[in-house]
Design a protein around this ligand. Structure first.
Ligand code: FAD
Length: 1006
């Protein structure tokens, strides 16, 4: 970053001081004014972070509450939280509110509406025109932002498009009647600039935004953007592309370039784009934009902001263990802002910079640099938000600068996300506005050069929020393997390359034999079975050996032989095999994903996540076994040592399903393996090639001969035989309820020669429910419900199949849900944008279709996706996503597990009824609740009986260690894969007690 020269720095200080004095001379009764409820509330928020969190949550939910009682209930629940220290008067008021909700709810709603009004310029185009004319009289220009983010359906996107077109027309008409440009509408040499500016957010343009599939997303976005650009060109408006969260950044940049390269838009309209200085990528992106503008001799406006999603980006990146894209110290963002300001000012021949900052130092720096470079002050502008930094707007205007106000318009409900962002900005610990307006920093401090702040040791507040973890020995702390970020073009290129390298012709000839006692062996009947791509069954993925009963017996014998020495192998060496396997899978992540795409029909992100989970199982169980391996002292007693140790059970079978073909097979195998057992893998028939590749990988990782054996074959014969085998000591099973129950029963029979009672670790299906409370955030709930129900065509035991919607919101929710379902990307899983691929095989397809037909007889078929002709022609096993409504508890759709893309919607009058419905199945695997009521969430925690309960999020996608996975009732035996304690299923515990007292003398206690 460029260190400013001393002269420049003193000019910045002088300009900063001048701006501050002008601000003092022109105070505005803005949001920090000491009068009014807003200021008081903001003051409390800044003093008490717990109050702030609860208050902002209340503001967020308020627009969805449609009765006084509900408003008061939520207010009491949020502000009555124990962590919140309330002013005694407020506490008393809150307590009394329940007796007269009508008296309290109205004023509360009015206060919040007032608060929103401080930041939102009006509800409609008429309000907007009024504001625009007031601004113009004050010499200030305007840019319009129609509130509304993230549309979930085409209908919503169409409506948003029409609103944009209408506002362009209305405002253009108003400007025609008021032709006099304001001071800020005139550029260098008084050349008029577009007076009408419209800001757009791409997430509001189409529901089909899938950053992993930029090509199709861009096409979908362009369909809605073209009419806007066309109309803007007609009325002489400038269209600015706002920048949203990081996942949309590359897509927004690509869209910007791509649509402007279309001949129709090569000359106009005027366009601009926001660049966020808080991003580490920002400089590269800005240089790219400038180079692009230069290559096309196209003038563009660039709005330089720091960025509005700092907390979100930090949290999401941490959650996913992806590199954090934003600077972690505030002065880094500030310094980058200055560096990018300079870059913009150096290119004003083609770029019109817009400095959008409320920070006096950032603005003063831009002015000083412009002076140094002799840039005409009219060649750039300042932008500030409506309702914020009014004094600064005046001060900048008074110093001869063009100022534009960013005016959001729209209704309160879509405005809440915007309002909460502004509230956060105004109360942010590190924000300029708060520091200045609350007098938390002196002017000198506020004008400090951010580069100097970076050189000096960081203040406590500048440090990344969580400290680095303490140093720990390798292999003792678990971290989830991060999934691939397919919004990155390099990641997409790697998977594409792997896909094109996996030639179907090779797959067809490759034969995968059995592996018994470390040897690759032909099946004794010589039979091989073709494995096919469910999206294109004519394509063979490979051929797997079909084991016979004799082969299965030989595998058991090999495992029995290998057992003693494997049991005696030190835990560390056993764990190292798993860790090497994890490393190998990480190194071959893309190759394995391709195999999952081709053999299991998994969409990209699902395939990649399955590989991550397999890696996680290896690393997690390795660590767990090290923990268990050292034994645990049961109780400290003088003169006696008491140690709990573990010993492996013996030989087991891992019977795995096809839906998580690598991860579940891996988990069921490596957990007992690292515990010292020997394992026979019996993978699902449909995904036996993946299993064979995994077998090779374990061998390469150092699993000794016979410790793991591969017996690919059919469940009815070899599977059943292995379960009943007297030398088999345990069975790990994941699959259907029918097979699971048979295994449970068969394992209970003790045969001659059997040494141990068989242990069964059994995971079966679910009939999982998600409840949508009447105050739920539908923008979040709808995508989460759709993904939970239809991701990987609903072929997950965790998938959502019963959506229970509270009466108050049922109709509105269902209408939006069905409209959104129509945008689900259905297709070939080899394509990056596909969310719903094929089901696993023809038998599944026919079974699911038959269930759908049956369902029609009882429930109402409200939505069924349309299969594109190309998919029907491929002969793939596709089932269109299907939604039934009017589902009653006794309907088959509500009771039977379908294991496909079929969702039933049920109506519940009360939360009690919703809980009863949710719990009213024979299963108890996953479940969820979307609600913004703390008491409803608390009840959900207590009353929703399932193994994995998810609140305010989708109900699939459990991660190892973070979400130990498994259910009860007919969903399983209550074990938790990927959780502490899981390995103990494969171990016997032994307690060793030793009298350490000899002749009255005991060694010192540890
Ligand atoms: C006209 C206008 C248009 C806007 N359009 C967009 C847009 O399209 N996209 C968008 O994202 N934002 C946009 N914004 C919002 C803008 O990003 C915020 O208002 C801005 O970040 C606040 O910066 P500041 O310079 O005013 O204040 P400052 O108080 O100087 O900076 C606050 C900013 O610093 C950054 N920050 C905070 N803590 C840290 C930390 N620990 N480490 C590193 N950085 C940190 C954050 O970006 C935070 O917002 C727009 C703002 C305006 C005025």
């Amino acid at each position: 970053m460029l260190a400013p020269q001393p002269v420049l720095e003193s000019r910045i200080q002088a300009l900063g001081a001048q701006l501050f004095s002008l601000m003092d001379a022109h105070p505005s009764p803005g949001i920090f004014s000491k009068k009014g409820a807003y200021a008081r509330v903001m003051e409390w928020s800044m003093r008490d972070p717990a109050f702030k969190a609860q208050l902002f949550r209340f503001v967020d939910v308020l627009p969805s509450l449609n009765s006084s009682t509900e408003i008061v209930r939520h207010l009491q629940e949020y502000l009555g939280d124990q962590a919140v220290e309330l002013h005694p008067a407020l506490k008393a008021g809150l307590g009394a509110a329940a007796f007269a909700p009508g008296l309290v709810a109205g004023p509360v709603k009015a206060q919040v509406t007032d608060m929103a009004r401080q930041f939102v310029a009006g509800e409609n185009a008429r309000d907007l025109v009024k504001r625009l004319l007031v601004n113009a009289r004050n010499g200030v220009a305007t840019t319009i932002d129609l509130l509304g983010e993230t549309v979930v359906s085409e209908a919503e996107a169409d409506e948003f498009l029409q609103r944009n077109l209408a506002v362009l027309d209305t405002v253009a008409e108003a400007l025609r009647k008021n032709p006099e440009p304001s001071f800020s509408d005139l550029g260098p040499e008084n050349v008029p600039q577009p007076r009408l500016n419209l800001s757009v957010k791409i997430s509001a343009l189409t529901p089909e935004v899938h950053p992993a599939d930029p090509e199709n997303s861009i096409e979908a976005l362009k369909r809605r953007l073209r009419p806007i650009l066309r109309r803007a060109a007609e009325v002489g408006a400038l269209v600015n592309f706002d920048m949203e969260s990081y996942r949309l950044k590359d897509l927004t940049l690509a869209l910007f370039r791509s649509i402007l390269e279309e001949p129709e838009f090569a000359q106009g309209p005027a366009v601009g784009i926001a660049v966020q200085a808080y991003l580490r990528d920002a400089e590269g992106d800005l240089r790219g934009l400038i180079a692009w503008a230069r290559s096309r001799s196209r003038r563009i406006a660039v709005r330089l902001v720091k960025g509005a999603y700092w907390d979100f980006e930090t949290v999401i990146a941490r959650q996913r263990d992806w590199p954090i894209p934003v600077w972690q110290r505030k002065p880094e963002s500030d310094a980058n802002y200055e560096a990018l300001s300079l870059l913009l000012l150096e290119n004003t021949d083609l770029i019109t910079p817009a400095f959008a900052s409320h920070n006096v130092r950032s603005c003063a720096h831009a002015i000083a640099q412009a002076e140094r470079l002799n840039v005409d002050p009219r060649a750039y502008e300042f932008q500030a938000l409506y309702g914020m930094a009014d004094e600064l707007k005046t001060a900048l205007f008074k110093t001869g600068h063009r100022v534009r106000e960013y005016c959001p318009v729209g209704e309160l409900l879509p405005g809440m996300a915007y309002l909460v962002r502004r509230l956060l900005e105004n109360t942010s610990n590190e924000g300029f506005l708060r520091a200045r307006n609350l007098g938390e920093a002196s002017r000198e401090q506020l004008l400090l050069n951010p580069v100097d702040q970076l050189v000096s040791p960081p203040k406590k507040a500048d440090l990344p929020p969580t400290p680095a973890p303490p140093a720990v020995p390798a292999g003792t702390v678990f971290r989830n393997a991060p999934n691939t970020d397919f919004t990155r073009s390099e990641s997409r290129a790697r998977l594409r390359a792997a896909l094109s390298g996996a030639s179907p012709a090779n797959g067809a000839v490759r034969r995968w034999p059995l592996v018994i006692g470390g040897q690759k062996v032909e099946p004794s009947n010589g039979e091989y079975v073709a494995s096919v791509n469910p999206a294109r069954p004519s394509e063979r993925v490979g051929q797997w050996a079909r084991a016979t009963i004799g082969d299965a017996d030989r595998a058991v014998a090999a495992a029995v032989t290998a057992f003693p020495s494997w049991r005696a192998t030190p835990v560390d060496r056993r764990a190292a095999v798993l860790e090497r396997a994890a490393d190998l899978m990480e190194a071959r992540r893309f190759e394995l994903s391709v195999l999952e795409i081709r053999e299991a029909g998994k969409p990209w992100i699902e395939a990649d996540a399955d590989v991550s989970e397999a890696i996680d199982f290896c690393r997690f169980y390795a660590i767990e076994m090290r923990r268990l391996g050292s034994g645990q002292v049961t109780q400290r007693t003088p003169g006696e040592s008491n140690l709990l140790v573990h010993t492996p059970r013996g030989v087991g079978v891992a019977i795995a399903p096809w839906n998580f073909p690598l991860a579940i097979l891996c988990g069921l195998t490596v957990a007992p393996l690292v515990a010292g057992n020997c394992v026979i893998m019996k993978p699902a028939e449909q995904t036996s090639v993946i299993a064979a590749v995994f077998m090779d990988l374990l061998t390469e990782a150092g699993a000794p001969a016979g410790t793991v054996n591969l017996v690919s074959g059919f469940g009815e014969d070899v599977g059943a035989h292995l379960v009943a085998h007297p030398r088999v000591d345990f069975i790990g099973f994941t699959g259907s309820r029918a097979v699971g129950l048979k295994i449970w029963e068969a394992a209970g029979r003790t045969g001659p020669g059997q040494a141990n009672l068989k242990k069964v670790v059994c995971e079966m299906g679910g009939k999982n429910a998600l409840i949508i409370d009447s105050d739920a955030d539908l923008d979040e709930a709808i995508p989460a419900a759709l993904y939970s129900a239809f991701g990987f065509s609903g072929q997950k035991c965790s998938a959502l199949s019963r959506l229970i919607v509270l009466d108050g919101i049922h109709d509105a929710f269902v209408e939006r849900l069905l409209a959104a379902a129509a945008s689900l990307p259905l297709g070939d899983p080899a394509l990056p944008g596909t969310l719903v691929g094929p089901v696993i095989d023809g038998e599944s397809r026919d079974r699911i279709m038959a269930r759908i037909e049956d369902g029609r007889r009882q429930s109402r078929l409200a939505f069924q996706g349309r299969l594109p002709d190309s998919l029907s022609a491929s002969g793939g096993y596709f089932v269109p996503p299907t939604v039934f409504t009017h589902v009653e508890p006794d309907h088959a759709i509500a009771r039977e597990e379908i294991f496909g893309p079929v969702l039933g919607v049920m109506r519940a009058r009360t939360l009690d009824e919703a809980f009863t419905l949710a719990n009213g199945t024979e299963y108890a695997l996953t479940g969820g609740l979307f609600s913004r009521s703390p008491s409803a969430l608390a009840r959900g925690r207590d009353e929703l009986l399932c193994g994995n309960l998810y609140l305010n999020r989708g109900i699939t996608g459990a991660l190892v260690e973070r979400h130990p996975f498994g259910g009860f009732k007919m969903s399983g035996g209550g074990t938790k894969a990927g959780g502490r304690g899981y390995l103990e299923n494969f171990l016997f515990s032994r307690v060793i007690s030793e009298n350490t007292l000899r002749r009255g003398f005991a060694p010192p206690e540890e």
